[in-house]
Design a protein around this ligand. Structure first.
Ligand code: CTP
Ligand code: MG
Length: 240
């Protein structure tokens, strides 16, 4: 819980500007419905429900800004800004960072991880408050992973027990993430840029529900999980 002396400001940046090529729907992925609401709305609701976020900045394709504003401004308890993202995910995060000058701590949380439990979001912020400068949720990998060369020949089999599949939200001291983003290098996650500065990144246990909706199969799974959740909420509501 915050005190009146707490000067910290946690801003969540939500990359939602991707096209969703692998999902193959007719609109950008963040606007595709899951459980009846756009993925972006579900992800933002999770951030608000965590109770640990002071402001939210959403990055969307330029031509979807008006739709995004209409979706997320309805009765939000947390101030929300919508900005234009960029062509790569790193460009979108950089745009979000520029729109969050007051942040002392930043969460970067993919709209595509719409089912992320609020409790995971709270655990990432708790770890930042406990002093970590960079925190990522991670889960053990189920498959054996191989590295391959351009001919498809195996070049190695890393020990699976030391591997983690990382999720979002990834949490950072704001100043650290700004430094990491001062360099224009490609990266598939934000922690990767921080690692290049030689800073330690802490992995905390992730949650299977924080999976990224990437393919049509993922979308079916997300819809099935939300339908189940709705059914169980309904049955609780009618119980005497
Ligand atoms: N993202 C973004 N800006 C980009 C690319 C991606 O804000 N230029 C966001 C996506 O909207 C998504 C998150 O980053 O919420 C994770 O990216 P990914 O799952 O790869 O989404 P897409 O890039 O939309 O999907 P694809 O790679 O299949 O096109
Ligand atoms: Mg992508």
């Amino acid at each position: 819980m915050k005190t009146s002396h707490d000067e910290s400001r946690v801003v969540a940046l939500v990359p939602a500007a991707g096209q969703g090529v692998r999902l193959g729907e007719s609109m950008p992925k963040a606007f595709v419905p899951v459980g009846g609401s756009p993925m972006l709305t579900v992800a933002v609701d999770g951030l608000i429900a965590s109770g640990v976020v002071d402001r939210i900045v959403i990055m969307v394709p330029a031509e979807w800004r008006a739709q995004a504003e209409a979706l997320v401004h309805v009765n939000s308890r947390v101030p929300i800004s919508v900005v234009t993202g960029g062509s790569e995910r790193t460009d979108s995060v950089r745009a979000g960072l520029a729109a969050a000058p007051e942040a002392t701590h930043v969460l970067v949380h993919d709209a595509a991880r719409a089912l992320t439990p609020p409790s995971l979001i709270a655990r990432v912020v708790a770890e930042l408050r406990a002093g970590s400068r960079a925190v990522v949720p991670g889960v053990p990998v189920a498959d054996t992973i191989k590295s391959v060369d351009s001919d498809g020949e195996v070049t190695g089999t890393p020990d699976r027990s030391v591997l983690r599949a990382v999720q979002t939200p990834q949490g950072f001291r704001a100043q650290l993430l700004r430094e990491a983003y001062a360099h224009d290098v490609p990266a598939t996650d934000d922690a990767g840029l921080v690692e290049r500065l030689g800073v330690r990144v802490r992995v905390i246990p992730g949650d299977p529900l924080a999976f990224k909706i990437t393919t049509p199969l993922d979308l079916r799974l997300a819809n099935a999980l939300l339908a189940e959740r709705e059914l169980s909420e309904l049955s609780q509501a009618v119980r005497p």
